[in-house]
Design a protein around this ligand. Structure first.
Ligand SMILES: [Ca+2]
Length: 470
C-alpha cells in the first residue's frame, strides 16, 4: 500500500510542475495500454454495427517509460467475438490457456488481439481526459506534454485515411491542424484537465478546465463540418483547482446551453455555471466570443461541507446532475433547473471517490418513465467501482476493479461498462443488467476445474504494476 500512495504523490507533483517529457527514447508500442486515463465508445455508423465499433483510449505514458503517449482504438466487434468464443467454443478456449492467470481467477485478453494498430495515434505524455463531441464524431484529448488539446476526427467515408484521423504522419504524430494551442491572442493555460463540448450554429465549441490556475478555456473544434481548432477565449479564476466539467446542450436555443465547472481547491464549494452569450442570430463566435460565469450552485453548507469537488455528470433528462465530493466523501444530486442540491449519498470514509459517469438504461419500455439512471463512481485509491441507483439514492453496489480505476465508458447497445485501470494498464469489463439491478464482471468458467471453482474475471491486458507494488 505504501507504494500506492507514493506513486499518487509523484502524479500530483508532476501535475503541479507542469513539466514536459523528454521526446527522445523509445516509441510506445502501438498495441498496448500504457497508464490509460480516458475512454469513449465510438460507432463508425450507428445504423450499421459492422462498419466498426471502437473503445477509444488515451494512454498517458505516466511513468515516461516511452517518448510519448498515444490514443489507441480497441475493436469492440473483435472483443465481443472473443468473449463469445471463450464462452462457447471449446477448442478456442482450450487453445488460450496462456491467457489465464496462475490461479485461474483472471483471464487477460492480450491487447494485441483487440487493438487496431492502424488507428494508433501518438500524442504527448500526460493526457488527462478523453471526450466526444455531441455528434460523437470528434474525439477531444487534453495533452499536457504537447501543451495542446488534440482533436481527432472520425473518418466515416474516406478509405485512404484511418478511421481515427488527426493528420497523422508515418510516425502517427498529429498535424497542427488538429491541435488547439496558444496563439497571438490567447495562451493555453497550464494543465488542461477535463474537456467537454457544445454545438452552436455551424460551430462546435470545446471547453477545458485548467487545474493549476483555475481557468476555463474555450476553443473552436469544428466549423461548418470541418475540423478547425483555435483557442478563442480564456476566463481566469473560474474555480480554484478547476477539475470537473460537464455540459447541458439546449436542443432548441444553443445560446441557452450551459457549462458546469467544479474545483478541487475551492474554499466555497460550488458548481460554477457558464454560458456562451454571443448573439446566435448574428454569429461570429470566433471574433466576438462572449463567454462567462452566469451563476452557481452552492454546495457549501453545514450538511454538505467540503472543499474538494471532483467530477460532474449531467443526466440525459438535462435536469439532474451528479457531483463527486471528497470532503465529505459523497455523491451529490443536483437539480440544474432550480440550481439546487437535492440529495446526497455518503460513499464512506476513505473511499476518496474521484470520477462519476452516468448510464441511462431504457428499462423495460421506450417510455422514459421506467428508465434507470445509474451513477458509476470510481474510487481510485480503493480500486473500487460503486454503482449508484439514482432513483433510490441509497447504498451503492460495490465492485472491485483493477488497480487505480481512472475512467469509465459505456457501450449501451451491449450493456457493458469499461473501466480503465490506470496503475496496472488494463481495462475491466462490466456487464450491466439495469432492470434487475445486477452489475458483474464479464467472466468465463475455467472448464477443466470442478464446478465449485469461481468463474475467472476477464480483463483487457495483463496487469503491469509499477515496481515495488504490493
Ligand atoms: Ca424506458
Amino acid at each position: 500500500m505504501k507504494m500506492k500512495f507514493s506513486t499518487v504523490t509523484v502524479f500530483v507533483l508532476l501535475l503541479a510542475m507542469g513539466c514536459l517529457p523528454d521526446t527522445s527514447g523509445i516509441d510506445p508500442p502501438k498495441d498496448r495500454l500504457i497508464y490509460p486515463v480516458g475512454m469513449a465508445v465510438v460507432e463508425v455508423d450507428p445504423a450499421n454495427a459492422s462498419a466498426g465499433r471502437f473503445l477509444v483510449v488515451a494512454n498517458s505514458n505516466f511513468d515516461l517509460n516511452y517518448n510519448s503517449g498515444s490514443i489507441v482504438a480497441i475493436d469492440l466487434n473483435k472483443l465481443y467475438s472473443i468473449l463469445d468464443s471463450l464462452e462457447n467454443d471449446q477448442a478456442y478456449y482450450n487453445a488460450r490457456k496462456d491467457w489465464f492467470s496462475k490461479d485461474s481467477k483472471d483471464v487477460y485478453i492480450p491487447t494485441k488481439e483487440v487493438i487496431d494498430v492502424n488507428n494508433t495515434i501518438r500524442i504527448g505524455s500526460f493526457a488527462s481526459d478523453l471526450a466526444l463531441t455531441q455528434s460523437k464524431d470528434r474525439v477531444i484529448v487534453p495533452v499536457r506534454g504537447d501543451s495542446a488539446i488534440v482533436i481527432v476526427e472520425l473518418n466515416r467515408g474516406d478509405p485512404s485515411r484511418p478511421v481515427f484521423y488527426c493528420g497523422q504522419d508515418q510516425d502517427g504524430q498529429c498535424d497542427n491542424g488538429h491541435k488547439v494551442k496558444s496563439n497571438e491572442d490567447y495562451s493555453l493555460p497550464l494543465e488542461p484537465y477535463e474537456v467537454a463540448s457544445l454545438d452552436y450554429d455551424n460551430v462546435t465549441l470545446g471547453f477545458a478546465t485548467h487545474l493549476a490556475g483555475g481557468e476555463v478555456s474555450m476553443f473552436v473544434i469544428d466549423q461548418n463540418g470541418s475540423v478547425s481548432p483555435e483557442l478563442i477565449r480564456v476566463v481566469d479564476s473560474v474555480a480554484p483547482g478547476a477539475t470537473g466539467i460537464a455540459v447541458r446542450q439546449d436542443p432548441v436555443d444553443p445560446g441557452d446551453s450551459e457549462i458546469y465547472i467544479t474545483g478541487r481547491r475551492d474554499p466555497f464549494p460550488r458548481v460554477v455555471i457558464m454560458q456562451v452569450r454571443t448573439d446566435t442570430g448574428n454569429v461570429d463566435y470566433i471574433k466576438n466570443s462572449y463567454f462567462d460565469d452566469v451563476g452557481r450552485i452552492s454546495i457549501s453548507s453545514e450538511i454538505y461541507g467540503g472543499t474538494d469537488l471532483r467530477s460532474i455528470a449531467v443526466a440525459e433528462n438535462g435536469v439532474d446532475a451528479y457531483v463527486v465530493s471528497r470532503s465529505p466523501e459523497a455523491v451529490l444530486q443536483l437539480d440544474l433547473d432550480h440550481r439546487d442540491v437535492t440529495d446526497m449519498v455518503s460513499m464512506g470514509f476513505g473511499s476518496e471517490p474521484s470520477v462519476v459517469e452516468l448510464y441511462t438504461d431504457d428499462g423495460n419500455t421506450e417510455d422514459p418513465a421506467d428508465d434507470v439512471v445509474l451513477a458509476f463512481v470510481l474510487c481510485f485509491l480503493r480500486d473500487q467501482l460503486y454503482v449508484l441507483e439514482t432513483d433510490i439514492m441509497m447504498q451503492p453496489h460495490v465492485l472491485t476493479t483493477g488497480v487505480g480505476p481512472h475512467a469509465v465508458a459505456f457501450d449501451k447497445a451491449h450493456r457493458k461498462a469499461f473501466v480503465a485501470n490506470f496503475r496496472e494498464s488494463t481495462i475491466s469489463i462490466i456487464n450491466i443488467d439495469a432492470v434487475n439491478r445486477q452489475f458483474k464482471h464479464a467472466t468465463v468458467k475455467p472448464n477443466t476445474s470442478p464446478d465449485e471453482t469461481p468463474a475467472a474475471k476477464i480483463k483487457i491486458g495483463k496487469p503491469r504494476l509499477p515496481e515495488g507494488h504490493s
